[in-house]
Design a protein around this ligand. Sequence first.
Ligand code: AMP
Ligand code: MG
Length: 396
Amino acid sequence: MTRRSVEDHAREVAALLEPALTPRTEAVAVTAALGRVLAADVWSPLDLPPFRNSQMDGFAVAAETVRTVPVTLPVSTTVAAGSAGPDRLEPGTAVRIMTGAPLPDGADAVVPVEDTSPGDGADAVTVHRGRVSGEFVRDRGDDVHAGDLLLAAGARLTARHLSMFAAVGMSELPVRRRPRVAVLTTGTELVAAGNPLRPGQIYESNGIALAASCESNSAEVVLLDRSPDDSDRFRELLRRATAAADVVLTSGGVSMGDFEVVREVLTPLGGWFGHVGMQPGGPQGLTVVDGVPVLSFPGNPVSTLVSFEVFARPLLRRAAGLAPVAADSVTLLGPLTSPAGRRQFLRGRLVDGGVRLESGPGSHLIAALARADVLIDVPEDVTTMEAGENVQVWPL
Ligand code: AMP
Ligand code: MG
């Protein structure tokens, strides 16, 4: 069996996946853009607010007319939000105005309704507290001006971004096309959750693990299916996967036992199957099928997820326009051991002052992985580390 370092395998994977994951831009409706990555800088097409308006329900006045209080002013009319209102405020009068309604020229302050009482006569208001020019007035463009940069390319769109784009009247946005990924899991022992387990069976978990990992890195899962260890069935699913996706991820069936369906089907198609110097995730595979790269991970759940983080995540993020995940250097809070000649990715949890091991090295320890929030990256040539040493961690 051939061997490779993590770096060498990552390079081979990148050489095949990068051309398949060339970044592309598409336009989507603002209403469908949540979580997408902005593909270009976006500039405001208009001023926001688009016109001078009231910040309160109250009375639009010239501030100088309410300098001395109490004072009673005639009310000329009422302006609701959504109506154009009068062009001008007659000197010495007030306009009853609602929040968001346009301020007439000549008015430069709003007296909140709670600082007034009805004046004598049919329509008049008595003001009990004066306001200076500009109070409770929202000026045109005081948030953003036409031509201002609203958001730079690369941002992952959230509710507050979409609120801003809707407010300036945009209905479509340029976003990165999401890389299309197909996920195939293998194993005759696997049963979908919700069904009873018969002797020897386990619940399938790598499918959702890989699919969710893709989604959280802005990739789109176009196919998610499960094959028994049966070559014909796997071949059929693979055909569907390569027809639908930019990249196919498989789990299981790559090591040296019997019934290794992925290795058996893909090796004759020119696939590379071998051992990568890492733990977990030693056995790996890489093939191009019908022009589509197929990245094959071992089936142990922790191996599958660590393989995704190490080999697939950086490439999917780049294709999606997301910033790379950065490693951090933190203090190790307890000792650890690691096999010589293998880069080890141990599960850790960040706590005050550093990182502690969350589990042993077993690649079947799924619940322990769920408790972890980082991978502790122990270099190939390191076999022991002591508490207090600095260690590199990758956020999960
Ligand atoms: P394999 O790489 O196919 O030899 O699988 C290694 C181990 O991982 C075995 O114990 C499998 O039962 C388990 N396994 C493989 N695929 C999955 C999966 N999709 N979900 C949960 N466990 C799996
Ligand atoms: Mg298997």
